[in-house]
Design a protein around this ligand. Sequence first.
Ligand SMILES: Nc1ncnc2c1ncn2[C@@H]1O[C@H](COP(=O)(O)OP(=O)(O)OP(=O)(O)O)[C@@H](O)[C@H]1O
Length: 342
Amino acid sequence: MSTKKFQQSAAPLLEVKNLETAFDIDGAYYNAVDNVSFSVKPRQIVGVVGESGCGKSVMSLSIMQLLPKGIGKIRAGEIIFDGIHIEQLNENQINKIRGKDMSMIFQEPMTSLNPVFTIGSQIQEVLLNHQKISKKDARQKAISLLKSVGISRPERIVDEYPHQLSGGMRQRVMIAIAIACQPKLLIADEPTTALDVTVQAQILELIKEIQEVNDMSVILITHDLGVVAEMCDEVIVMYAGRIVEHTDAETLFYNPKHPYTTLLMGAIPKMEEETDRLSSIQGIVPSITNMKKTGCRFANRCPMAMPECQTVTPILADSGDGHKVACLLFESSRPKEGVTGR
Ligand SMILES: Nc1ncnc2c1ncn2[C@@H]1O[C@H](COP(=O)(O)OP(=O)(O)OP(=O)(O)O)[C@@H](O)[C@H]1O
């Protein structure tokens, strides 16, 4: 569990307020992210967990303004990064921030790296886009970045192509690209899922090291609660597009409150088992066209569900000591008289 101290009182680097992101399906928009609010402080590592299809990636793509054009859109809410309203920026404006002040790494580095360009030219491109630097210096910087992410013989690798590298090496290259301009925020979306276990540990270690050295904030999206325990200061648990629990990592592990979180914990695969990650909770996450409008979206799968869970929407609220939960088992989540919640 992370013991790193970030400034509790520091102003947030990122504030997401009541975010709703929707996709156009056959002419109608459906929310994949629904009324999501949270913040990330400087130097903080915030984990985002939840099964497949809960909206973790869509939330990150919204922050980065990388939603598929013409299909996905931010319908409501605010994303304030370093004082700037990201949701109001045009393409030119976001291009100045993306890759410089905030950047993202994805699950499968091969799909993010361009197969026809050398590793060096892909790192240099980011540097040349965002910094006043000569081509020669950018190449030198690319080499030192490769070295800093643990790639040996960087002088050779800089001229190689993505297919010549292993999966772990490619992810290191992606990290080098992401940190080239020393961003304040790194979003890592399942950065190790495609890698084997030993390489996974090395990559996570690397991210943590860079986070500490560069004083960077990180949003770490993962299926792996073990990773969250190891790396994160705070954890957001998402279910069906909504946050259902949000607290510090230690509290989440020792005192989970939402039945969904408790079930996720029970679903942590044992080391020796080749299980399908978090698949042992009965039932499936609803698709975005099938989300309940009122009531708790987890009610149909919840062993603790009460009849009212079908009709009353729990509010994500502080249940004590800043531990936020959205579940009617907790008084704090019950909508006030005359308010139906959402
Ligand atoms: N381009 C798209 N068009 C329509 N629906 C989409 C699109 N991208 C994502 N969705 C839907 O949005 C919901 C949230 O997806 P998202 O990828 O954010 O889930 P996730 O929690 O990141 O899952 P995973 O862990 O598998 O990446 C899902 O129901 C998904 O099918």
